[in-house]
Design a binder for this molecule. Structure first.
Ligand SMILES: Cc1cc2nc3c(=O)[nH]c(=O)nc-3n(C[C@H](O)[C@H](O)[C@H](O)COP(=O)(O)OP(=O)(O)OC[C@H]3O[C@@H](n4cnc5c(N)ncnc54)[C@H](O)[C@@H]3O)c2cc1C
Length: 292
């Protein structure tokens, strides 16, 4: 089975989204053409909770794995889905040589969405029970707690339950404040979570994007970020410049703080990735040399 952790630490990974519905996959493949030139250890492909892009997730992840020979990770959500539907998707992924899954619950609009699965841990157990070691399973984690969780501590207990089911690694929700991430990572280690924790970084590319992101995931926005969004907000080009610079510095600092991996939420913007990659590459390789 493909195992990117046999490669050097820290890992360097990207997330993309597939086209919606019947839209052409050509644009997505053009993005992947560029992304693979930065030698990511894996590329993960999101999965539309509304069902619009599920087939495209299977197709694009298979393409990453088989056409580009890069490790493809398929996101898979279980909310509102039946065991039969999940079994079918997992069989299709397996038949296409995709052996890495990011197992997620998916977002709830209301409790009636739940269906046969209530938590990501149930999906992880389902994959392990039905498919044994056919898949390496990744799970999500939340340095500022999941928005539904009553407390950070309660959320960590549920995260540990996922880890104890045999998760390969954790990929974090995006965050902008490295101090918050590192303090949370210490708490996760203190309760016995041993899996690599890959830090999720999203470059800010517009003022509208940051409002949307904060509304969706509740990430804390440092004063420095608020300031550049307020001052440069009317000029999208300027916000993007500042956002790329911030993400680059954020990654350089995370690498200095011994993170086990960086996961870039690319938003399918290959040019933004190219700029960040140029800024972090020597630091990334210096860390890899130091660790090995
Ligand atoms: C890296 C990453 C990638 C993502 N990709 C996608 C994607 O492609 N498509 C998509 O639709 N969404 C995606 N999401 C969003 C994700 O689906 C939502 O955040 C969702 O609300 C929670 O998913 P989860 O897997 O973390 O759920 P869970 O681990 O089930 O946690 C959800 C909540 O339930 C609580 N909980 C867990 N277990 C229990 C239990 N046994 N008893 C009581 N409470 C419990 C947790 O503390 C938490 O508050 C992604 C998120 C991340 C961080």
């Amino acid at each position: 089975m493909e195992n990117f952790f046999e490669k050097l630490e820290p890992s360097y990974t990207f997330e993309i989204f597939p086209p919606k519905g019947n839209a052409s996959t050509a644009g997505t493949y053009a993005v992947i053409d560029s992304l693979v030139s930065f030698n990511p250890d894996l590329i993960s492909v999101t999965y539309g909770a509304g069902g619009s892009s599920r087939d495209n997730t299977v197709e694009i992840t298979s393409g990453i794995q088989n056409k580009y020979h890069v490790c493809g990770v398929a996101h898979l959500t279980c909310v509102g889905t039946t065991r039969n539907e999940l079994r079918d998707i997992l069989n299709r992924l397996k038949a296409n040589n995709v052996r890495n899954i990011l197992a997620l619950r998916g977002d709830l609009k209301d409790e009636s969405d739940l269906g046969e699965f209530h938590h990501a841990s149930e999906l992880i157990k389902f994959i392990k029970d039905e498919f044994g070691n056919d898949f390496d399973v990744f799970a999500a984690c939340y340095p500022e707690k999941h928005p539904e969780a009553k407390s950070l501590e309660e959320d960590l207990i549920h995260l540990k339950e996922k880890c104890d089911l045999g998760v390969k690694a954790l990929i974090s929700q995006l965050f902008f404040d490295n101090d918050i991430f590192c303090a949370w990572r210490d708490k996760a280690r203190a309760i016995g979570i041993k899996q690599p924790i890959i830090a999720g970084v999203m470059p800010i590319t517009s003022a509208a994007q940051i409002s949307k992101v904060v509304e969706l995931c509740g990430a804390s926005v440092p004063e420095r970020v608020r300031r550049f969004v307020n001052v440069y907000g009317h000029n999208q080009g300027a916000v993007k410049e500042a956002g790329i610079a911030y993400a680059t510095e954020q990654i350089i600092d995370l690498l200095a703080r011994d993170v086990e991996g960086i996961h870039l939420y690319t938003m399918n913007q290959a040019d933004t990735v190219r700029r960040i990659d140029a800024g972090i590459r020597s630091v990334l390789y210096t860390r890899r040399y130091k660790s090995n």
